[in-house]
Design a protein. Structure first.
Length: 167
């Protein structure tokens, strides 16, 4: 799939709207994740010790901004380069953090659904099938890059353990 100028424009336009009330949108994002998958709460260190999603949690807001921003940047890269390229250091860190947290493939789908619902709510009448498709494609490409790094790290760990056993 070729990411079009129109798709990139839709993502950028909606990102500008999201940023206007990032605190509210961050809380909505995490609330939606937990509505879809309540058990996911344990995957986020900043949510484990509370009974609800706190409105003023700076770590929650920072994490949501990273997800929104990285997905938006993925859309721009898809248009410019035809693929998502995350810096090697960043990608290794994301892979490592996701493995240590116990993130599995189905979790990425939950986050995608929460992301799309959050954007839909934030942009209101501007929401369209085209905007949904653009964000979904950008997110899928970013998630694929993170999953590939997670697999590579897991494979390296397995190989190291096998090597250690044969010594």
């Amino acid at each position: 799939m070729v990411f079009t100028e129109e798709q990139e424009a839709l993502v950028k336009e909606s990102w500008e709207i999201l940023k206007q009330n990032i605190s509210k949108n961050s809380v909505h994002f995490f609330t939606t994740i937990l509505e879809i998958a309540p058990a996911a709460k344990g995957l986020f260190s900043f949510l484990r010790d509370s009974d609800e999603v706190p409105d003023n949690n700076p770590k929650l807001k920072a994490h949501a901004v990273k997800v929104f921003k990285m997905t938006c940047e993925s859309a721009i890269q898809l248009k410019e380069k035809g693929e998502v390229t995350v810096g090697e250091t960043t990608l290794k860190h994301l892979g490592s953090v996701h493995i240590k947290s116990g993130v599995l493939d189905p979790h990425f789908e939950v986050v995608k659904e929460a992301l799309l619902r959050t954007i839909e709510k934030a942009v209101g009448e501007k929401w369209s099938d085209e905007m949904k498709s653009a964000w979904a494609e950008a997110y899928d490409q970013l998630a694929a890059a993170i999953k590939a790094e997670m697999k590579q790290e897991a494979d390296q760990k397995t190989n190291k353990e096998e090597t250690d056993l044969t010594k």
